[in-house]
Design a protein. Structure first.
Length: 366
C-alpha cells in the first residue's frame, strides 16, 4: 500500500488510517461531524497527495486532452480549470477529473484508484500526436485548505501572488512557505471557498506544519477523508465509484455541464455513446433526506407502493443539516422535490423525501 509524503504527520496526530484507492490515508482525526463543522465555520487542512497528477506536454497537448476528455480544453484560457470526464466509446465514464490549462501544456488531476488506468488510456490515444504524458503523483504533494477563513490563513505564508485575484476554478503561481512557483488553485471538494496547493513531495510535511501554525488561532484543524466525503455530498459533488462508474449513465448524474456536446469541439472519445445515453435516460440523480434512525448508504433501494424506483449512490449524516442525507438515482416522474419514498435498509423501511441537489451552497444557503 502506498503512503503519502505526510503519512508520518497523520500517524503523529493519531489519525485513524484506512486504505483508499491503494493508499493509506487518514479517515478521521476525531469526530467526523465535528471536522465537517470546522470546515464550514472556519477552515480545514486536507492531505490529497493520493490524487493522480499528470502533466501533458508538447505541441499537441491540448489536442490530446480534447481527444480523450468530454469538456473543451481548446476553449479554456490559460489559468483556468474545468471539470471533465474520461469516457469509453460507449459513453460510460472511466473517471472524472480536473483540467488545468497552462501556457505550455495541460495538467490533469485524476482519482487515486484510477491513476494508472487513466495514464495508460491517455497514452494509448496519443498515437500520431506530438505530446508526452508524465505521472508526477509520487514526486509531488497536494494539500487542500478549505473553509471561509482559508484565504486569510494562506495569505500569512504566501508571497508574489494576490490570492483575492484568483477566481473560483482558476489558478496562479506564487511563493508558499518560501517555495517559489507553487501552483495555487481556487478549487476544492467541500462546497466551501478554498485552495489546493501542489508542492514537491519533500516539502509537503513542512508546508502542512506552516499552514497549521498560521491558522491555529483562526480555528484551522486537520480533516480526514470521512468529513471530506460528507461535505462533498452536501455540496452535490459526484464521487467516482458512487455517482459515476463504468456502469452508470453520466447523462443521469447531473454532470451535463462537463459534456461538450453542443459546442464546436467536434468528435471526441465517447461522444456518440453519450448522445445515445441521452436518449435512454430513465432516472435522475437527486437528493434524499430521512429523519429515521437508519442512514442511507450506497446500494440501498428506494420504494414507492412496494415497487423499487431508485437506488442510493452516496449517503451519510450531514454535519450542516444535522440529519441523514443521500444522493440517489430515482425513476423519472418520481424525481421531483417533495416526492415521498421509502428507504429500504436490510429489509426495514423508513420514509424519505426527494430534494434537489445540492443540500448546501455557501452562496445560497438552503
Amino acid at each position: 500500500m502506498k503512503e503519502t509524503p505526510l503519512h508520518s504527520v497523520h500517524v503523529q496526530l493519531g489519525a485513524r488510517m484506512v486504505e483508499f484507492g491503494g493508499w493509506q490515508m487518514p479517515l478521521q482525526y476525531g469526530s467526523i461531524l465535528e471536522e465537517g463543522r470546522s470546515v464550514r465555520s472556519a477552515s480545514g487542512l486536507f492531505d490529497l497527495s493520493h490524487m493522480g497528477r499528470l502533466e501533458v506536454q508538447g505541441r499537441d497537448a491540448v489536442a490530446l486532452v480534447d481527444r480523450v476528455c468530454t469538456n473543451h480544453c481548446a476553449r479554456m484560457p490559460a489559468g483556468s480549470i474545468r471539470y471533465s470526464l474520461l469516457c469509453r466509446e460507449d459513453g460510460r465514464p472511466l473517471d472524472d477529473l480536473l483540467i488545468y490549462r497552462d501556457e505550455l501544456g495541460v495538467y490533469l488531476v485524476v482519482n487515486a484508484s484510477n491513476t494508472a488506468r487513466d495514464l495508460e488510456w491517455i497514452r494509448a490515444h496519443a498515437r500520431g500526436l506530438a505530446t508526452e504524458v508524465h505521472d508526477t503523483t509520487e514526486t509531488t504533494a497536494m494539500l487542500a485548505l478549505q473553509g471561509p477563513r482559508s484565504q486569510e490563513i494562506l495569505t500569512r505564508i504566501t508571497d508574489a501572488v494576490d490570492l483575492a485575484s484568483i477566481r473560483y476554478y482558476h489558478f496562479g503561481f506564487g511563493t508558499v512557505a518560501g517555495l517559489p512557483k507553487t501552483r495555487i488553485s481556487r478549487t476544492g471538494y467541500t462546497g466551501e471557498d478554498g485552495f489546493e496547493l501542489y508542492l514537491p513531495a519533500s516539502e509537503g510535511a513542512r508546508v502542512w506544519h506552516e499552514l497549521m501554525a498560521a491558522g491555529a488561532a483562526l480555528g484551522l484543524r486537520p480533516i480526514g477523508l470521512g468529513a471530506r466525503d460528507v461535505l462533498r455530498l452536501e455540496a452535490g459533488m459526484a464521487l467516482y465509484g458512487h455517482e459515476l462508474s463504468e456502469e452508470s449513465n453520466p447523462r443521469e448524474a447531473g454532470v451535463e455541464f462537463a459534456l461538450a456536446l453542443t459546442s464546436e469541439k467536434g468528435d471526441f472519445l465517447g461522444r456518440s455513446g453519450l448522445e445515445q445515453l441521452g436518449r435512454t435516460r430513465g432516472a435522475r440523480l437527486v437528493g434524499i433526506t430521512t429523519a429515521g434512525p437508519r442512514v442511507p448508504r450506497q446500494g440501498h433501494e428506494l420504494f414507492r407502493d412496494g415497487v423499487c424506483v431508485g437506488r442510493v449512490a452516496s449517503g451519510g449524516v450531514s454535519p450542516t443539516l444535522d440529519t441523514n442525507i443521500g444522493s440517489a438515482f430515482v425513476r423519472l416522474g418520481l424525481d421531483q422535490e417533495g416526492e415521498q419514498l421509502e428507504l429500504d435498509v436490510r429489509g426495514k423501511r423508513q420514509p424519505c423525501r426527494v430534494c434537489e441537489l445540492p443540500f448546501y451552497s455557501r452562496t445560497r444557503k438552503k
